[in-house]
Ligand binder design. Structure first.
Ligand code: HGY
Ligand code: MN
Ligand code: MN
Length: 410
């Protein structure tokens, strides 16, 4: 199992928009090539495989009788820019390998199994994130269709160019009850499992996040002639905001705040920047802590802008509350970890995941797999073969022993 997973991780990682570094964003040629590869693997494993109306790839393996509700497994297959090769694909490929193993043995369970590869979890191209899982959960926000990427194409135009009809997205939505649970295997993207000397752990909750695009407008001018005291320098203002975000979020260990993108216009050495756009990403496991931090950051940006005679526009591009993993699923994942001979550790996820959308339609849970040094969103991201193997064994044991939650009696 692990050998094939590792080989396929490498094959997928070779599908990138750039020759140096892995970048695979939604509705790109790389998206299509990766989808074709995964759909082929799903077909080889005996699953019925299809691309849905928003570019997710979905493979299904029937239970004892056709048409039963399913245990849904998987993760995303898009990446950040200059990504690691495990974030997302490890979850898709491990789930596929487990279902393929069950199919090879001709096992039929009292529920169907579905493996999903979500088309856009990272939100790199259109800032709004979880597009694929929101479509399946029926919570896709049509407003996102007007969002524009760096190439100027809107999501609507990019989907049409990709061959998908934006008006058909609603058809990707599943009925409540179709999915018994959504369970995702994912690298931890943090240092805890390595520090605890554990190959796997159970996630308690996925931290909520707020993302913003901030535009500061000042006055472009000649770098040589405008006295410093008369400037309305948008980049100097943005720099002060960036440090304010770092200071505000750095003051509380429950918070993280990141400015990941910044662009100054017109972008010439000898011109005072008249406009700067930058992003902010603020997270905490506790929604009230995050919301308080968001309003403090907004106040800091507004105060800096007015003091520097800049105009500030703050647009929210994404917000998701903390998603709690279901205790009944956490318990069954814990049993599978214990059966594999390990202490069961439960830990929160600071990283966002598709479960934040899937929770709208079913109970969710996550199995974290140790990754080297906790490094992620970086080419050095790595999972040793033995941890790939542990993750696959534990997920397979979870699947074979999965007991759907008895419906609450009326
Ligand atoms: O940003 C995140 O936490 C995730 O990798 N999309
Ligand atoms: Mn990621
Ligand atoms: Mn991920």
């Amino acid at each position: 199992m692990a050998g094939r997973i590792v080989r396929r991780i490498g094959e997928l990682a070779a599908i990138s928009a750039s020759p140096d570094g892995l970048t695979r964003i939604c509705f790109s040629d790389e998206h299509r090539r990766a989808a074709e590869l995964i759909l082929g693997w799903m077909g080889e494993a005996g699953l019925s495989a299809r691309m849905d109306e928003i570019g997710n790839v979905v493979g299904r393996y029937e239970g004892g009788t056709p048409g039963l509700p399913c245990l849904m497994l998987g993760s995303h297959y898009d990446t950040v820019r200059n990504a690691g090769k495990w974030d997302g694909p490890l979850g898709v490929l491990t789930a596929l390998e487990c279902v393929a193993d069950i199919a090879r043995r001709g096992l039929r369970l009292p529920f169907a199994l579905e493996v999903v590869g979500f088309a856009d979890e990272e939100g790199v191209r259109f800032s709004s994130t979880l597009l694929g899982s929101r479509a399946i959960a029926g919570s896709f926000d049509e407003g996102a269709l007007e969002a524009r990427g760096d190439d100027g194409l809107s999501l609507r135009e990019a989907m049409a160019a990709f061959g998908l009809s934006p008006d058909a997205i609603k058809k990707a939505a599943r009925r409540r009850g179709d999915i018994l649970a959504y369970v995702e295997l994912h690298i931890e993207q943090g240092p805890v499992l390595e520090a605890e000397n554990l190959p796997a752990g159970v996630v308690t909750a996925i931290s909520g996040a707020s993302r913003f695009l901030i535009t500061l407008d000042g006055m472009a001018g000649h770098a040589g002639t405008v006295p410093m005291r008369l400037r309305r320098d948008a980049l100097a203002g943005a720099a002060e905001c960036v440090l304010a975000i770092e200071k505000l979020c750095g003051g509380d260990p429950r918070l993280v705040g990141t400015v990941g993108q910044i662009a100054a216009e017109p972008g010439a050495t000898n011109v005072i920047p008249g406009r700067v756009r930058f992003t902010a990403d603020i997270r905490a496991a506790d929604d009230s802590v995050r919301k308080k931090a968001v309003s403090a950051v907004i106040d800091a940006i507004d105060e800096t802008a007015s003091r520097r005679r800049l105009k500030a526009r703050i647009a929210k591009t994404h917000e998701n509350g903390t998603a709690l993993c279901a205790p009944w699923l956490r318990a069954q994942l814990g049993e599978a970890i214990a059966a594999d001979g390990h202490r069961v550790l439960e830990l929160p996820s600071g990283a966002g995941h598709d479960g934040m959308a899937m929770i709208d339609i079913t109970d969710i849970a996550m199995l974290f797999v140790r990754c080297r040094g906790g490094v992620s969103h970086h080419p050095d991201e790595h999972v040793p073969d033995e941890d790939v193997a542990s993750g696959a064994r534990i997920l397979l044991s979870f699947i074979e022993n999965f007991r759907p939650q008895a419906k609450a009696s009326l």
